[in-house]
Design a protein around this ligand. Structure first.
Ligand code: S3P
Length: 163
């Protein structure tokens, strides 16, 4: 069984993925961590020294390898993973995809102060909100191709059931 959690940075993919994996008795995989281990650099460092294209290629490679494996897992994908190199197709065809849909206002509350996400780099909160909103709008049609869509309150109740 392969389960992919997809959605914007800060949507709670790891928060849901960890207890879900443990409940199902299968490994939890953090796609960003897989990329970092492979490159020996943090995501932030990869963006800064090798560029986004390189990051996206490695991201796609990691996704294809896990998708093509015989393994069962719950994967918290990187926010952009479904949106590059046919990611959503690879995800949909190899397992169950779950989109965690969280409003831009809520995302901003969660990632507002975080400086580790290169795509959300901004001088102030207003600019960060604009970046988030732009990304969300562009990605929504892709995320919505997931098999299941969870909204914020549903996610909360699901977490209560799992934990
Ligand atoms: C990205 C999201 C990040 C990470 C990278 C790019 C994106 O992962 O892969 O900074 O394009 O949305 P999270 O969604 O886990 O923050």
């Amino acid at each position: 069984m392969k389960i992919y959690l997809i959605g914007m940075p800060g949507s709670g993919k790891s928060t849901l993925g960890k207890p879900l994996a443990s409940e199902l008795g299968i490994p939890f995989v953090d796609q960003d961590k897989e990329i970092e281990d492979r490159e020996g650099k943090t995501v932030k460092e990869i963006f800064a020294s090798l560029g986004e294209d390189h990051f996206r290629q490695t991201e796609a490679q990691v996704l294809r390898e896990w998708a093509g494996s015989e393994k069962s897992f719950v994967m918290a994908t990187g926010g952009g993973s479904p949106c590059f190199y046919n990611g959503i197709e690879i995800i949909r065809q190899s397992g169950l995809s779950i989109f965690i849909d969280v409003s831009v206002a809520e995302l901003l509350k969660r990632v507002g102060a975080n400086k580790d996400r290169p795509l959300l780099h901004a001088n102030d909160l207003k600019e960060k909100e604009e970046r988030l909103a732009g990304l969300y709008e562009k990605r929504l049609p892709i995320y919505q191709q997931a098999h299941v869509i969870l909204h914020h309150p549903t996610l909360k109740s699901l977490l209560e059931v799992i934990q």
